[in-house]
Design a protein around this ligand. Sequence first.
Ligand code: 5AD
Ligand code: SF4
Length: 479
Amino acid sequence: MSENATHNIPLEETRQGEVLNLLEATNGNGNKLLYLESYGCQMNFSDSEVVASILSEHGFKTTREIDKADLVLVNTCSIRDNAEQRVRNRLTEFKQYKRKNPSMVVGILGCMAERLKKNLLEEEKLVDLVAGPDAYRDLPHLIDEVGTGQKAVNVLLSREETYADVSPIRLDQGGISAFVTIMRGCDNMCSFCVVPFTRGRERSRDPKSIVQECKTLFEQGYREVTLLGQNVDSYRWNLSSKGEIKNENEPTVNFAELMAMVANVSPMLRVRFSTSHPKDMTDEVLHTIAAYDNLCKYIHLPVQSGNSEVLTRMNRGYDRATYLDRIKAIRNIIPGCAISTDIITGFCGETADEHEDTLSLMREVQFDYAYMFKYSERPKTLAERKFEDDVPNEVKTERIQEIITLQTQHSLYWNQQQIGQVQEILVEGPSKKSEAQFCGRNTRNAMVVFDRGSVQKGDYVKVQITDCNSATLFGTLIS
Ligand code: 5AD
Ligand code: SF4
């Protein structure tokens, strides 16, 4: 675990659903100490900032020293089995701190809390408190319940909760990039996915509160926001009823319109978003990205498989041809746009030929980056009920290795294409390897490392790209 991990975690790490991060902050206005750890997706990191905010109103300050904490919370991920195993191991480790400090309260938040409900509390006795993703406002009350010796559980899912009125406490003080949640839950029911069960029904957040949050972030010095939702293309807010769409003729704000509203906060604020869905991504969204310089030229469009029958079994709502049509639309409307994807290998019944189709789609699209996973069966999902997880682990391992090898070639190809270009980079700070070098991202979300010069974190600088490997671009500062 990295003690110094910041909140601005590279996409590639957070999407794995397995990376652990310690969140720390010095703000908050009380004398009780909260130690907060987050696993999994960007949404969890964003939620942890909401949790820190709610608890700061109730006397908690965050700490990075677990042995001093009055309250230890772990925000968890259920997307794959190994993500859950890591959290279980961590919860077992917490027992030793609790032995030393019996009044310390240990709580579990997020998807595992929702999925396992009382089990962790009653059968395994790993925690004192369980709160699902829609129950964070209830945390102060749940903590009080633990204090009176009761079992503290709230895993109720809501159709309305968006925490729109909670100003998240940013857990990376002085950061330049922040996550802003624009919607919660998912209605898609992809057959492999546990998210609809753990995060509930899809609901959009009031655009006014989103724009206000982005304005505040900009005023505080942030220069990049990432708009978060499980399926941002289905963002929709009814302006008359303030939320749910009841009548199709009523005025609404859709995702393209929301992006334009956020882009207009300032041309100096970069806007990114995640995640798009191939069945819902409209040309209107693409034209909006093309129209604003500060809407970053990078789209994450999970394909999952290159074979149409597998996509049907996955209940994805599109086939190979439709996916390729969306790629063509991106390349026509936003020339130079980077594209990344998610791929699952070894899904139920995947044949060698079906796997070949994934490789051939990768060759056809040439993704800039891919997040690649072996299929992990999740309880209660459609796939678990309907299909057999019948691809042996050795075969999954062989297939993922082929996919990774091919993707590395494509990532290198795209990085090589950028050598010689002068690019605008938003400076994030010292590079991982050396204080003498700084790093930042270009609009395509590629990391660029260059000699520090006299630039500051948060500056926009021009860098000429001189070299690369498959993961990083290297360049020379020219302004
Ligand atoms: N097994 C493996 N990968 C999964 N994902 C979601 N559910 C599973 C699962 N059961 C991957 C998908 C999704 C990403 C966030 O995680 O590729 O897009
Ligand atoms: Fe899961 Fe599919 Fe929803 Fe993504 S769109 S969260 S993969 S159900």
